[in-house]
Design a protein around this ligand. Structure first.
Ligand SMILES: Nc1ncnc2c1ncn2[C@@H]1O[C@H](COP(=O)(O)OP(=O)(O)O)[C@@H](O)[C@H]1O
Ligand SMILES: [Mg+2]
Length: 135
């Protein structure tokens, strides 16, 4: 697999979460992120992919390399056409869950990454974009 070609991973099942993790790990390593940041990026993406399967059923993960004014980074976008999120402030609170989970996925992801953006519309879906910059 050439990671330069695979810029999109369809997410429909737990197996696809594994594929998403594998892709993101390869991308982050190839961009020169250190082992700790690679783990952070993989963990964050994994949580978002899990949410896609759990709450939306299916979706897609896209990634791209960022290069801005000498900085190198990675951007990951998780998008689904699921039920959407009514109250974004609420779901960003630690411990808030509608599935009996831990409610740490979204706040944890925000903490692990440098930038975090949510766009969601009820009945339309959710798009979460995260970025990490190489130190
Ligand atoms: N892609 C999504 N579509 C709809 N709702 C979502 C999505 N991702 C997260 N949520 C909502 O946000 C809540 C918090 O998510 P998270 O922090 O990952 O905790 P958990 O998955 O353990 O519940 C979820 O319980 C769910 O209600
Ligand atoms: Mg979760």
């Amino acid at each position: 697999m050439s990671i330069k070609q695979q810029r999109e991973v369809q997410i429909r099942s737990d197996n696809d979460i594994v594929a998403t993790r594998r892709t993101v790990r390869a991308v982050a390593q190839s961009l020169g992120f250190g082992i700790t940041d690679v783990t952070r990026i993989v963990t964050a993406t994994s949580e978002l992919a899990r949410n896609v399967v759990l709450y939306a059923g299916s979706g897609v993960m896209r990634w791209r390399e960022l290069g801005m004014s000498g900085r190198v980074g990675v951007e990951l976008t998780l998008e689904d056409n699921g039920p959407g999120i009514a109250d974004i402030e609420q779901v960003m609170q630690e411990g808030y869950t509608t599935s009996g989970g831990l409610g740490l996925g979204l706040p944890g992801t925000k903490r692990l990454m440098d930038e975090f953006e949510i766009a969601s519309e009820i009945g339309k879906g959710t798009r979460i974009t995260v970025r990490k910059w190489r130190r």
